[in-house]
Write a protein that binds this ligand. Structure first.
Ligand SMILES: Cc1cc2nc3c(=O)[nH]c(=O)nc-3n(C[C@H](O)[C@H](O)[C@H](O)COP(=O)(O)O)c2cc1C
Length: 194
């Protein structure tokens, strides 16, 4: 069983990466083979909306996203981790999400998905500096539709307010434990899709 972690923060050892690492550790402890993709290290162009994918399901842009498509389709479960930038996920993570329009086309237009009997689950991890009630609303919607486009059930999230400085999350052991547990439950299946 493979779990793919998508690290959407542009800074390394970020709050996001620390939490994602914990979740992947939990998934690994539950027996999964885990892999982390650092989105900001990849060359992923934004979608150019030429609808090349509409005919073939293949994106016309050739860049690192080709590799990400393979990993996304192969993974049994997916963790998307991104801090909140202006009430959404980061531009780097959003470019990856938008490029999954090609997978949406395969699923809903061309219906070439084939038989995939797996119940694939996904979780969303995010942090933001402020504490507003609606802080994660936009990002959660984006991630729900991203997961739907790639055939993954939204199985939960870890959303932490008031986190701003680099590595600040280390001062919150409960959050680190929650991330670990979330990763473990993702693999053990004790977390049902929402
Ligand atoms: C460009 C930018 C936009 C941001 N927008 C928001 C925001 O809308 N709301 C918020 O609460 N925090 C916002 N933040 C703060 C980050 O979410 C916060 O610093 C977070 O801890 C960064 O996570 P990281 O360490 O994983 O990169 C923003 C930060 C940056 C750099």
């Amino acid at each position: 069983m493979k779990v793919l972690g998508i690290m959407g923060s542009p800074r390394r050892q970020s709050n996001t990466e620390i939490l994602l690492d914990k979740a992947l550790e939990g998934a690994g402890q539950a027996g999964a083979e885990v892999e982390k993709v650092l989105v900001s290290k990849l060359k992923i162009s934004p979608c150019v909306e030429d609808y090349g994918c509409l005919k073939t399901g293949e994106c016309s842009i050739v860049d690192d996203m080709q590799l990400v498509y393979e990993k996304l389709l192969e993974a049994d479960h997916v963790i998307l981790a991104s801090p909140i930038f202006f009430y959404g996920i980061t531009a780097q993570a959003k470019a990856l999400v938008d490029r999954c329009q090609a997978l949406w086309v395969r699923r809903y237009v061309l219906k070439t998905r084939g038989e995939d009997k797996r119940v694939r689950r996904g979780i969303f991890i995010s942090v933001g500096a402020t504490r507003g009630e609606k802080l994660f609303d936009g990002a959660v919607l984006t991630v729900k539709y991203f997961f739907d486009a790639i055939g993954v059930k939204y199985a939960g999230d870890l959303l932490l307010r008031g986190i701003d400085d680099k590595g600040q999350i280390e001062e919150n052991p409960a959050a680190l434990q929650d991330a670990f547990r979330l990763g473990r439950e993702l693999v053990s299946g004790t977390r049902d899709p929402q």
